[in-house]
Design a protein. Structure first.
Length: 369
């Protein structure tokens, strides 16, 4: 097999699928990328057996064939070549040659028939929503997914559809993120759907979505998989087989105090006091009294940071500790000038929401300091 391709085109499609490939794997072929040319169509595909990403484009070539080669090496070679260069790809037995003007590279390959391509999947359900809405649902909640938790169902994102309401939920056991979107039509079936998309799948799917695109996008669902096709890129992921915890029980049903704060001011004050918090626990104490919030942190070296903010608070004095990183991440994902802290007592979780929009909610559990 021999064909010519512009470096920019090759690099574009490699970048679309590289996220699915593991850099180091016990199975060498899973460090490779699958490349095929069939019927004037060139396809790039990567997988880690959990997610699969493929990208294809039309090419005027009578060549036919497929092979696999190191994903990281061919990507690195493409990045090193000049932007407008023309690359000659030549496959000779088990060697792949890349040539461009004076540059020449030779890579080993592994047989394409050994690459673990997904079998045909029967998709029985569809969810249709604008691309920017899907990206917003993922990005607003993905940060609080667990990472390598023994409770495997927490290492992912719950996508729930009920009566036209689409909801994404994530939790790592210490905090909870919820984002809702009320669909204004009846696209898709009316059945209640509840799936858990694995962590890596959520992050890779978000990368291929565009915040500014309002075009409708279809999520294809089977019993064990989700698929999204956008332009010439196809994303497929296995689903986590498990029951997600009752997240509604973690949301404070009612709170004694509803404290409005300037979001950016509160964020900056927290970030300042966090500098001297304990490196491991990142604990910070919030003290509410007489229309003031006092922020306090200390560490094992007995360094101390204090600051305060004027607020409308006339309740009993209240002290509550939090992991400041969890608070800051929630605040950074609220798109509003004003946020509301819903608090009851030192042992209850705090609910953070926007003053203008209740579709996004974050819950952070307190810690003892």
């Amino acid at each position: 097999m021999k064909l010519k391709i512009l470096r920019n085109i090759l690099l574009k499609h490699l970048n679309h699928v590289i996220g699915a490939v593991e850099k180091k794997h016990t199975k060498k072929i899973l460090e490779n990328i699958y490349i095929s040319v069939q019927n004037n169509k060139m396809t790039f595909l990567g997988t880690d057996l959990e997610i699969e990403l493929s990208s294809s484009f039309e090419i005027n070539s009578g060549e036919q064939g497929a092979f696999t080669t190191s994903a990281s090496k061919i990507l690195g070679i493409c990045k090193a070549l000049p932007p407008e260069s023309l690359i000659l790809l030549e496959l000779d037995k088990n060697r792949l040659f890349l040539k461009s003007t004076r540059s020449r590279f030779e890579l080993s390959t592994l047989p394409a028939n050994e690459y673990p391509l997904l079998d045909d999947i029967h998709f029985s359900d569809e969810i249709i929503l604008p691309e920017n809405i899907l990206k917003g649902l993922l990005d607003a909640t993905a940060f609080s997914m667990a990472n390598q938790d023994v409770r495997y169902y927490l290492n992912g994102l719950l996508l729930e559809v009920r009566d036209g309401l689409i909801k994404t939920v994530t939790t790592d056991g210490h905090r909870l993120a919820i984002k809702e979107y009320q669909r204004g039509d009846n696209n898709g079936s009316d059945r209640v759907k509840s799936i858990i998309i694995p962590r890596k799948g959520v992050l890779e799917l978000s990368k291929i979505l565009n915040t500014s695109c309002e075009a409708p996008l279809t999520l294809y669902l089977s019993e064990n998989h989700i698929r999204v096709e956008k332009d010439n890129t196809r994303f497929t992921s296995k689903l986590i087989d498990g029951k997600y915890p009752d997240y509604q029980a973690a949301i404070p049903a009612a709170s004694l105090y509803h404290i409005e704060l300037d979001r950016l001011l509160f964020r900056d004050k927290l970030a300042g006091v966090a500098i001297l918090s304990n490196d491991k626990f990142k604990g910070i104490r919030l003290c509410f009294s007489n229309n003031i919030i006092k922020l306090h942190s200390t560490n094992s070296e007995k360094d101390v940071a204090e600051d305060e903010i004027d607020v409308n608070y006339a309740g009993e004095p209240l002290e509550i500790g939090f992991n400041v990183t969890y608070l800051l991440e929630a605040i950074n994902h609220i798109d509003a000038e004003t946020i509301i802290l819903h608090i009851s007592n030192p042992d209850s979780s705090v609910l953070l929401s926007s003053a203008e929009n209740t579709a996004t909610k974050y819950v952070v559990m307190p810690i003892r300091l």
